[in-house]
Design a protein around this ligand. Structure first.
Ligand code: AMP
Ligand code: MN
Ligand code: MN
Ligand code: MN
Length: 281
C-alpha cells in the first residue's frame, strides 16, 4: 500500500513551506503520493510538480475551494485537476478578488477591537499577496503578543462572533464542484467533521454534494478526531461517496499530523484513488 497524503498547503496559500520544500519534506518522510491543495489558488502546483519529478514522488494537482452553503463556510477539494483549465482559473480569480475585500474588513474589525496594523502585519506573513486568510492574521496576532499560540488566537479572535471574524459570501458549492469537474478533477468535501451541522443537515449536505457531482469526502484528516473516522466512513458508504485521506499540513509546528503520518482509512470504504493508475494498492 502506498503512503498517501491528499491535503496540504504551501506558501501559495497559508502553508509555511514553499511548494518545493513541502514536496522535499514529503519525499523524505516516505510519502509516495502527495496532493498540494492550496486555498483558492493553483500557483504553487508547477513548482511542486518539478520538485516531485526530482524527488521521485508522485504528485497530484489539487486545490481547496472556499464555498458558502446555507450560511456555512465549507471547503471543497479538487484532486487531479487540470490547473490550466480556463473555467477553474477564472472561478478562482473571482474568489481571490472577494478575499481581498474580506481581508480589509477583517483588519477593520480588529482595529475596532484596538488592534491596529493587522492588514500590513498579516501581509508580512503571506507568501502569496492574493491569498490573505485568517491564518496570516492569526500568525501576526501571535507575533504581536495578542495570544500565545495559534489555537488560542483562533478561539479569542478569528472564530465566529469574535473580532477578526467577518461574514463572507464565498461561491456556491455547485459552482466549485462544476469548476473542478470541468477541469477533469474529482470534488472531495474537506473535513466534514469540522462543520457545525445537525445530523439532518449533514445528511442533506452530503446528498446535495453528491447530486451536484461531488465524488468523495475526507474520512481521515488532521481536522478529525479519531472517533470521527468511523462516523464519516459510514456516511461515505451510505451516500455512495469515495473516501479520502489528508493531513491538511500547513507547516512544522502547526499540525496535528506530520505529512503522511495518518492512520489508514477504515475498512469498508472505497478510496478516492480507486481508479488512479499511479496507485498500487
Ligand atoms: P480563511 O480561509 O481565511 O477563513 O482561513 C481558514 C484557515 O484558517 C484554515 O484553512 C486553517 O488553516 C485556519 N484555521 C481555521 N480554524 C483554525 C483553528 N481553530 N486553529 C488553527 N487554524 C485554523
Ligand atoms: Mn489553511
Ligand atoms: Mn480546510
Ligand atoms: Mn486545508
Amino acid at each position: 500500500m502506498n503512503l498517501i497524503d491528499l491535503h496540504s498547503h504551501s506558501t501559495a496559500s497559508d502553508g509555511l513551506l514553499s511548494p518545493s520544500a513541502l514536496v522535499e519534506l514529503a519525499a523524505s518522510s516516505g510519502v509516495e503520493i502527495l496532493a498540494l491543495t492550496d486555498h483558492d489558488d493553483v500557483s504553487g502546483l508547477e513548482e511542486a510538480c518539478i520538485a516531485a519529478d526530482k524527488c521521485n514522488i508522485h504528485f497530484i494537482r489539487g486545490v481547496e475551494i472556499s464555498v458558502s452553503w446555507r450560511g456555512h463556510t465549507l471547503h471543497i477539494i479538487g484532486l487531479q485537476i487540470d490547473s490550466d483549465h480556463p473555467v477553474l482559473i477564472s472561478g478562482l480569480a473571482e474568489l481571490r478578488a472577494g478575499r481581498k475585500i474580506r481581508a480589509e474588513r477583517i483588519a477593520d474589525s480588529l482595529a475596532k477591537a484596538g488592534i491596529n496594523g493587522a492588514l500590513e502585519g498579516a501581509q508580512r506573513h503571506a507568501g502569496n499577496p492574493e491569498i490573505l486568510n485568517r491564518t496570516h492574521f492569526a500568525r501576526y496576532l501571535v507575533e504581536a503578543g495578542y495570544a500565545s499560540s495559534m489555537r488560542t488566537v483562533f478561539n479569542r479572535f478569528m472564530s465566529g462572533g469574535k473580532p477578526g471574524h467577518v461574514k463572507h459570501e464565498w461561491v456556491q458549492m455547485g459552482d466549485a464542484i462544476s469548476w473542478i469537474c470541468a477541469s477533469g478533477g474529482q470534488a472531495v468535501l474537506a473535513h466534514p467533521g469540522r462543520y457545525v451541522l445537525s445530523d439532518v443537515e449533514m445528511c442533506e449536505l452530503l446528498g446535495e454534494f453528491r447530486s451536484l457531482g461531488g465524488r468523495g469526502i475526507e474520512v481521515v484528516t488532521g481536522s478529525h478526531r479519531p472517533d470521527q473516522y468511523p462516523v464519516f466512513a459510514k456516511l461515505a458508504i451510505q451516500f455512495d461517496l469515495l473516501a479520502s485521506i489528508g493531513s491538511d499540513y500547513h507547516g512544522p509546528g502547526e499540525n496535528r499530523f506530520p505529512l503522511g503520518r495518518l492512520p489508514e482509512l477504515p475498512s469498508g470504504v472505497t478510496p478516492i484513488w480507486r481508479d488512479w493508475p499511479e496507485v498500487v494498492v
